[in-house]
Design a protein around this ligand. Structure first.
Ligand SMILES: Nc1ncnc2c1ncn2[C@@H]1O[C@H](COP(=O)(O)OP(=O)(O)OP(=O)(O)O)[C@@H](O)[C@H]1O
Ligand SMILES: [Mg+2]
Length: 230
């Protein structure tokens, strides 16, 4: 069975704006794929539905056999622990250092303090932030904050990583470094789904790309004329 299955999923924002329309797709365990499309296409909405910070208006979402739309309370909390999320707007805690932001995510699921610090420090180092671990987010550049958010998403070795524009604030070199880190955790078995409107990220990527436009998932057939025109 596929790791992630969406069946005819729609999300209508009040009063009647469909952010996601009738989306169906599957993701296999261990896959690395991109979700692409212009601003407003519905990428963030789709990730929010998967994380269940938004509830689908219609359709079914199954992750690892669980019906995500029905989860609540402890079941929902347990489900979310399997996910690592990189938010488009980072959501770092401003009065905690970079390292504290990362290791807190491990502390709250019961990882011993020393171990959560060690893991956090290792990830920050891998992301080129070795010298910034004690700095508060407001004193970090946008790209540095983004890398702290990536480290936080990875600290609990989640089964699935959902990353929303994780390279949006990074220069090409840092973006490539972050992508290599995602690729490495993918090689270790993690399923990775990255949403982006940046086509540059796809240049050296030979995996599967899902394309969204105005809330809908485009099928291959929809793309062929455009592809042959270029
Ligand atoms: N809370 C909300 N209430 C109403 N409309 C919303 C809400 N969130 C998103 N939308 C609308 O749904 C559509 C899809 O938004 P979404 O944030 O998913 O796009 P996106 O593909 O992530 O875009 P971007 O590349 O700019 O991040 C947009 O037209 C947006 O205005
Ligand atoms: Mg978005």
């Amino acid at each position: 069975m596929s790791m992630i299955q969406l069946h005819s999923v729609s999300k209508v924002y009040p009063p009647d704006y469909a952010g996601v329309k009738d989306v169906t797709f599957q993701v296999e365990a261990g896959e690395f794929l991109f979700l692409c499309g212009p601003s407003g296409a519905g990428k963030t909405t789709l990730l929010r539905l998967l994380f269940r910070s938004e509830q689908a208006s219609e359709g079914q979402i199954l992750v690892d056999g669980r019906n995500v739309t029905r989860l609540k309370g402890a079941g929902l909390a347990a489900y979310r622990r399997k996910l690592g999320l990189v938010f488009q707007d980072f959501k770092l805690i401003p009065h905690m250092t970079a390292l504290e932001n990362v290791s807190l995510a491990a502390d709250v699921v019961g990882v011993p303090w020393r171990q959560s610090r060690r893991r956090g420090f290792r990830l920050l180092s891998e992301l080129g932030l070795k010298d910034k671990y004690g700095v508060l987010p407001p004193a970090l550049s946008g790209g540095e904050q983004q890398r702290v958010a990536i480290a936080r998403a990875l600290v609990n070795e989640p089964e699935i990583v959902l990353a929303d524009e994780p390279t949006g604030n990074l220069d090409p070199e840092r973006a490539a470094e972050s992508l290599r880190l995602f690729a490495r955790i993918n090689e270790e078995g993690t399923t990775v789904l990255i949403a982006t409107h940046d086509p540059r990220l796809l240049r050296s990527f030979d995996g599967r790309v899902l394309l969204m436009h105005q809330g809908r998932l485009l099928r291959r057939e929809d793309l062929e004329p455009a592809a042959s025109a270029t």
